[in-house]
Design a protein around this ligand. Structure first.
Ligand SMILES: [Zn+2]
Length: 322
């Protein structure tokens, strides 16, 4: 089975911008509200479709159902692709939100999963902040009181955003990002979000957008505390030193920054490659694929002999299941 390239699903939302096109090369049209590019998705009706090759026109769901063993290898015993991979361009501060874990999610929607996610920041405007986690000592009561008195920022941990940071956001972590942030996101396949606070803003109809305070408080992990950028763990490979950013039960993210050719491990697991900068060839037994900045490719578990051959310096994410 050859490496799979999908046609991204572009999501237009009020807070989006144009960088999915201008920086990451997506086919955007006119407008300045391109918020998310869903690169690999098997979530409900949001299905990415194979763009080329033997499986052109297939949805990811059909691949999971009909080619499970080849695609997923040792993780073949599932009916849904477990990860949702996105790029996201924020040109306004996003609402403060929290996602449920798997057990909580099923209380609200029988067919959805929890959402643990991680971000790798590609660009951040000067002054942009990341809000992640609560300050030490914040309880459900004090957070609720702060919401009622519009003093929410006194409860939130935040830090200055910078390109290259990785932020790990397990389910239950209160979070928001500022205008000016462009990022790659790896998450469980889920679309359940509870909005805690919207910074006093009005929606397109001039009214406040709905918040879901009870659900958000029920799902908030008050033991999580402040969340800071991940400190990468270095992994020495034969060709270069990679950075292990996240290793959690839901996914693993390794970052490579190199100009050297290196093999992708073939260990009966799928691999997702997101090219964050530069250009690289991806060689496999079914040919050579050129990847440029903003490209995402899914390498099936059955794909043998896969090599990354950079054309100059590249930075890429390698994402897989533990
Ligand atoms: Zn989120």
């Amino acid at each position: 089975m050859e490496p799979l390239r999908f046609t991204p699903l572009l999501k237009r939302i009020r807070w989006g911008g144009r960088r999915l096109g201008t920086v990451l090369g997506k086919s955007i049209g006119d407008g300045s509200d391109f918020a998310e590019s869903w690169e690999v998705s098997d979530h409900s009706l949001d299905q990415t479709v194979v763009a080329q090759g033997e499986f052109v026109g297939w949805t990811l769901q059909r691949l999971v159902r009909e080619r499970s063993r080849e695609l997923l290898g040792r993780h073949a015993n599932r009916t849904q692709f477990p990860l949702l991979i996105k790029f996201l361009d924020a040109n306004d501060r996003l609402s403060l939100q929290v996602h449920p874990n798997d057990v909580q999610a099923r209380r609200y929607r029988a067919d959805d999963n929890g959402k643990t996610e991680a971000w790798v920041i590609l660009e951040a405007a000067p002054g942009s902040r990341v809000f992640a986690g609560l300050r030490h000592g914040v309880t459900r009561d004090s957070l609720q009181h702060a919401l009622e008195t519009c003093d929410i920022e006194s409860c939130l941990h935040s830090f200055a955003a910078a390109a290259g940071q990785c932020v790990f956001v397990p389910a239950g972590t209160v979070h928001a990002i500022d205008a000016g942030i462009l990022l790659a996101e790896v998450q469980q396949s889920s679309d359940t979000t509870f909005r805690l606070h919207d910074w006093g803003r009005l929606g397109t109809e001039g009214r406040p957008r709905p918040v879901h305070i009870t659900e958000a408080l029920d799902c908030t992990d008050f033991t999580r505390g402040p969340v800071s950028p991940v400190v990468p763990r270095l992994a020495s490979l034969a060709s270069h030193v990679a950075e292990d950013l996240v290793e959690c039960p839901q996914f693993v993210i390794r970052r490579h920054a190199t100009n050297a050719m290196f093999p992708l491990m073939c260990d009966d697991r799928f691999r997702i490659v997101m090219l964050l900068s530069g250009q690289s060839e991806l060689e496999s037994n079914s040919g050579v694929e050129l990847l440029t900045m903003g490209d995402t490719i899914l390498v099936p578990a059955a794909c043998q002999v896969v090599r990354i051959a950079p054309r100059g310096d590249v930075r890429l994410l390698e994402i897989y299941l533990s």
